[in-house]
Design a protein around this ligand. Structure first.
Ligand SMILES: Cc1cc2nc3c(=O)[nH]c(=O)nc-3n(C[C@H](O)[C@H](O)[C@H](O)COP(=O)(O)O)c2cc1C
Length: 332
């Protein structure tokens, strides 16, 4: 197999292209993550999507069977639980026991967990919003690499609207660990641009939602294919839980609820429960849910196997590199 790009990220994971398929609630399951692995990238199964730890363990084994010996990882959301229940350590126990080598952490500060993961020999990628102090914190806590998310991203891009083009270069200049740029990235041209910014890889979520290996309903994927760069919106700012999602009737209704003074959080909560989104993925009734989606949906232009998407990303990156070589001439 050719190795078109060599960066500290391809070295860290032993992958062919410096592209990470980040965790996707409900969707990054063993079938999808194994397809990512076989395509020469690394993907992270979302631990929170499994009903319990036993199911997560079974998922890890299934992913290993399907991955043809290629690397894959698990995404662990660091949460501070309101009732004091520790929901993170049981997941860490499972990944350690099952011999998982790569973990992506996201959400809150991973300080209380990172040592355990590192002591077990696990490579830790921590994902942060595009604000420098979080990037530096990830490095100081001992993360092996950091993903910095710009405001274009699907899911939770953080509370500050800093775009990927700014966040990526600022992060790469600020830390010594390898930086992965994310948010709105869905083409090979953007991969090359991210490498030029000083990042050593990119992470994508939205771009891969239209892959055949994502189990969600075809009607939902067809909506994504039709969607352009203006078809996402931010919501949940009133709860300081900023989220970028596909514009739907359900999202418009929540945005309306957010306009009341004072905001009635209790009225909003039932509409943003994960199970509402899961049902929409099953039925294809996307208008009835809040579904994370980034501006890179503009590049999700057909439903096809994940490997075909990766082939296109690689071809686009090659063309972009060629174009750059034609532009820049070293003066004699
Ligand atoms: C449908 C969807 C679900 C997501 N679920 C999670 C999740 O459970 N955990 C997480 O860390 N990030 C989650 N994310 C964020 C992605 O991991 C990734 O950071 C983001 O998609 C990158 O930006 P992009 O969508 O512009 O490519 C989700 C994103 C999407 C689009």
């Amino acid at each position: 197999m050719t190795q078109p790009f060599k960066t500290r990220i391809t070295e860290l994971y032993g992958i062919r292209l410096p592209i990470i398929a980040s965790g996707l609630m409900w969707l990054a399951d063993p079938v999808y993550v194994a397809a990512v692995a076989r395509a020469g990238l690394i993907g992270f199964m979302t631990a929170a999507s499994f009903p319990d730890v036993q199911a997560l363990r079974a998922g890890i084994r299934r992913c290993r069977e399907l991955s043809a010996g290629k690397p894959f990882g698990v995404n662990i959301m660091i949460r501070v639980s309101r009732d004091g229940t520790d929901r993170v350590n049981p997941l860490i126990d499972a990944v350690i026991d099952e011999g998982v080598k790569f973990v992506e952490t996201a959400g809150n500060n991973p300080e209380a967990y990172i040592r355990r993961l590192k002591d077990a020999g696990i490579t830790v990628l921590h994902k942060v919003p595009g604000v420098l102090r979080y990037v530096k914190k990830a490095e100081s806590l001992g993360a092996d690499a950091v993903t910095v998310i710009g405001f274009e991203a699907g899911g939770h891009p953080g509370t500050e609207p800093v775009g990927t083009m700014v966040a990526g270069v600022a992060a790469a200049r600020a830390v010594k660990i390898p930086v992965i740029a994310a948010g709105g990235i869905g083409t090979g041209e953007q991969l090359v641009a991210a490498l030029a910014l000083g990042a050593e890889g990119v992470a994508m979520g939205t771009r891969f939602l239209v892959s055949e290996e994502i189990w969600a309903h075809r009607a939902y994927k067809e909506r994504l294919v039709a969607a352009g760069e203006t078809d996402t919106t931010m919501l949940l700012q009133s709860m300081r839980n900023h989220q970028r999602a596909l514009k739907t009737a359900h999202v418009a209704m929540i945005q309306q609820l957010e306009k009341t003074e004072p905001v009635d959080t209790a009225a909003i909560l039932p509409h943003i429960m994960g199970t509402v989104g899961r049902k929409a993925y099953e039925t294809g009734e996307f208008e009835k849910a809040m579904l994370s989606c980034g501006q890179g949906v503009a590049f999700a232009d057909r439903i096809e196997p994940l490997a075909a998407i990766v082939d296109r990303l690689e071809a686009e990156a090659r063309t972009a590199m060629g174009r750059l070589q034609g532009i820049y001439q070293e003066s004699a």
